[in-house]
Design a protein. Structure first.
Length: 419
């Protein structure tokens, strides 16, 4: 009982560190602090502001921006259903729930609304683009000759083949009228962007597929990447045809873009809460990442916690339910058990948006008893892992990390601790 009590206390401390990291990504505060810079290029005579917020933090970002802009400001907010449900949008703002992680009808309606809002503007107007993670799926406007089902199938293939976020976005940009600077081509008004990063390295061209930034690749490069990822032959024929066509000429203005929040800021907050910096980031496939994390336990001193940031990937081989954070946590629990790791420890891995994959969990929080708890719940953790069914396994073991929608998104955070 004493050891379990110590583990519970350690898990409570670890969860508090994670929550400190999430709090550091508060999108409303980040936008408020950047508004003096954003307003440095105001509308011309007869012009007005048009706010377009896209992403999981869109509602909080737009609310903060509108508080600092004139009353005649128009606003369109596109966010995920969890954050939109029951939400009170700012007065006069239009709120649309897109679909995530695979685009759907809501995403198509959102994409159409964004293009229509931008098309109404003239050079005297100004666009304030508020961009955060999740935007790639939440708003879509397929290129000519492509359908929503084509794009949804591409997203499904990319999620299942282990592609990282940069690879996904290089391909997505070539299939869209919004991504890869699409907002700049659609708007006659100058664009200012405030961007909350959910990707490692904080490349503005990758966040939400870079609607206010030049594309990161070409159609030919996207086609080659699809071949390298082994999904070319599975792509819809219309997509293969599109990627094989010559590169179009697009006239794009330049945007004023500013990064206002990032994963590294959240990791720093976890360090301030008592953790130490991990020797590597969350990156690569969880099957390769989990052994590296478990290996750290051998030399981790009691009372020490290591903080990680980044974003891993998962290769889907089954039809189970889960996400990269849940699968990483389950793999760490199994490997630690197999290695016979002694003494109290715990590992938390979670998405800062509060949702890991197509589930209601943010991730997992595992300890030495997790695998046995899963078995006591009537499940086989190894079999469930083989089917990518980490959600079912962790639920049986009481190890799901449940936070609810957080209203922000700066990729993933993890903590490994010794008691």
């Amino acid at each position: 009982m004493r050891e379990q009590g110590g583990i519970d206390e350690m898990k409570a401390r670890v969860r508090a560190m994670f929550e400190a990291g999430v709090a550091a990504a508060d999108p409303a505060r980040a936008v408020s602090e950047a508004m003096d810079w954003a307003r440095a290029d105001p509308p011309g005579p007869g012009g007005h502001w048009q706010v377009v917020a896209l992403g999981k933090a869109g509602l909080a970002m737009a609310t903060a921006a509108l508080a600092a802009l004139p009353s005649d400001t128009a606003a369109l907010i596109v966010t995920n259903p969890e954050n939109a449900q029951g939400a009170q949008s700012p007065a006069g703002a239009r709120l649309i729930a897109g679909d995530h992680p695979v685009p759907g009808p809501g995403s198509q309606a959102a994409g159409r609304a964004i293009l229509e809002a931008l098309a109404r503007l003239g050079p005297q107007d100004r666009v304030l683009a508020l961009i955060s993670g999740g935007g790639s799926a939440l708003a879509v406007a397929p290129s000519d000759g492509l359908s929503l089902s084509d794009k949804a199938e591409v997203s499904r293939l990319l999620l299942g083949c282990g592609a990282d976020i940069a690879q996904m976005n290089l391909i997505r940009q070539q299939l869209s009228r919004l991504k890869g600077g699409g907002w700049l081509a659609a708007s006659a008004a100058p664009v200012t962007g405030l961007i909350l990063s959910d990707v490692p390295g904080d490349d503005l061209a990758v966040i939400a597929s870079g609607p206010t930034v030049a594309p990161i690749g070409t159609r030919a490069q996207a086609a080659d990447l699809c071949r390298d990822l082994g999904i070319w032959d599975q792509l819809p024929a219309s997509v293969r045809t599109h990627l094989g066509q010559p590169e179009p000429t697009r006239n794009r203005q330049q945007a004023r873009n500013r990064l206002i929040g990032a994963n590294g800021i959240s990791v720093a907050a976890m360090l301030a809460a008592g953790a130490q910096a991990a020797p590597f980031a969350l990156s690569g496939d969880v099957g390769d990442l989990a052994p590296r994390i478990v290996a750290l336990l051998a030399d981790l001193a009691p009372g020490t916690a290591l903080a990680f940031g980044g974003e891993s990937t998962v290769t889907l081989r089954g039809d189970g339910l889960g996400g990269r954070n849940q699968e990483l946590a389950l793999r760490v629990a199994l490997l630690a058990e197999q290695a016979g790791v002694s003494g109290p420890w715990c590992f938390l891995s979670g998405g800062t948006d509060g949702r890991d994959g197509p589930t209601d969990a943010a991730g997992g929080l595992v300890d030495p008893q997790t695998c046995e708890s899963i078995r006591a719940g009537g499940e086989d953790p190894q079999s469930l892992l083989a089917n990518n069914d980490s959600y079912r396994a962790l639920r049986a073991g009481g190890a799901l990390l449940m936070t609810g929608a957080t209203g922000t998104n700066v990729a993933d955070l993890a903590i490994l601790a010794r008691g």
